[in-house]
Design a protein around this ligand. Structure first.
Ligand SMILES: Cc1cc2nc3c(=O)[nH]c(=O)nc-3n(C[C@H](O)[C@H](O)[C@H](O)COP(=O)(O)O)c2cc1C
Length: 293
């Protein structure tokens, strides 16, 4: 039986993100077991940038819920990612989880290509900001194949289903999860490398895809906009080999740091005593705490 893991980035019990995830699960035709993780309820401490997890998958200096979530991720066959828009982006619990994701580098070969769908819930039509992009990046950073991504609107808990159309969105997403690859790459207004639909303009005709980071050019042909994107050959988002190689490159960081340590120290140290930090009430092990000792 397929295991479906829903990562729900809403603190609300029976909120819209949870309802969408459950409605999608109800509409899956395959027999499955639905497991849910409410990210804001989990003890996921901020990444400390120690890079230890790059070298040993079981080593993180923080003893919290991340390893349990990772275990559930590795056991899952398919994923539902659901998050509400908070101040134009996904609820921060999603990012806090993702920031610990360097340890996923040990698992790309297992995770690569597992199907995922994403649901953005926003309270005000048109005000989702970059929440959809946050969810799509999350799927890619986990090595998943994003099959579909939708935005639905509803502010109060349950309001999303006052609009019956959103039940249809859930049905469509359920079909997409185990369906064929999406036709995104052939759509001219999408990134031909990854299917992303969010671009940053680097100049009047230069763009970068904000999902896979490929640079490219905007062209208008016969009145239609197209993105001619040039993905780098060894792109770490686009192939599992690239992702694995990126992990190896990150692991070389230690040697790079050792080689440049004195030079970097000479840059950093003159700034040590500038300004006054607002004191924290005590995040154990925080850089600020250490610097003040
Ligand atoms: C702190 C906060 C910030 C929010 N910011 C936005 C926003 O930027 N855009 C928007 O459309 N809705 C925003 N909302 C509304 C939520 O996205 C909306 O209520 C949604 O239904 C919540 O989903 P949930 O029930 O799954 O938690 C915000 C809600 C909160 C609590």
């Amino acid at each position: 039986m397929n295991r479906i893991l829903a990562l729900v980035a809403s603190p609300r019990r029976l909120g819209n993100s949870e309802l969408m995830a459950k409605e999608i699960s109800r509409n899956l035709s395959q027999p499955h077991r639905l497991q849910l993780v409410r990210l804001p309820d989990m003890d996921i401490r901020p990444c400390r940038a120690c890079y230890t997890c790059l070298y040993d998958e079981h080593t993180c200096s923080q003893d919290d819920d991340f390893s349990r979530i990772l275990e559930a991720i590795l056991k899952a066959d398919a994923f539902i990612l659901a998050a509400p828009a908070y101040l134009l982006a996904a609820n921060a619990s999603l990012k806090r989880f993702l920031d610990r994701g360097l340890s996923l580098h040990h698992h790309f070969r297992e995770l690569w290509g597992k199907p995922a769908i994403a649901v953005t819930v926003a309270g005000i039509p048109g005000m989702e900001g970059y929440t959809k992009l946050c969810l799509e990046s999350a799927a890619r950073l986990m090595g998943l194949e994003l099959k579909a991504s939708e935005v639905v609107y509803g502010a109060l808990p349950g309001e999303v289903f006052l609009d019956e159309g959103n039940r249809q969105v859930a049905r469509d997403l359920a079909v997409a999860l185990f369906g064929p690859p999406p036709p995104w790459r052939s759509l001219p207004w999408r990134c031909p490398a990854c299917g992303g639909d969010t671009f940053r303009f680097l100049g009047p005709d230069r763009v970068r895809c904000m999902t896979c980071s490929s640079p490219g050019r905007v062209e208008v042909k016969e009145g239609q906009i197209t993105f001619a994107v040039e993905p780098p050959e060894d792109h770490f988002f686009l192939t599992v080999e690239g992702a694995v190689r990126h992990g190896e490159w990150l692991r070389q960081m230690k040697e790079r740091f050792q080689a440049k340590k004195q030079e970097l120290k000479a840059i950093c140290l003159p700034y040590l005593h500038d300004g006054e930090w607002l004191e924290s009430r005590g995040v154990p092990g925080s850089a600020q705490g250490k610097a003040q000792k």
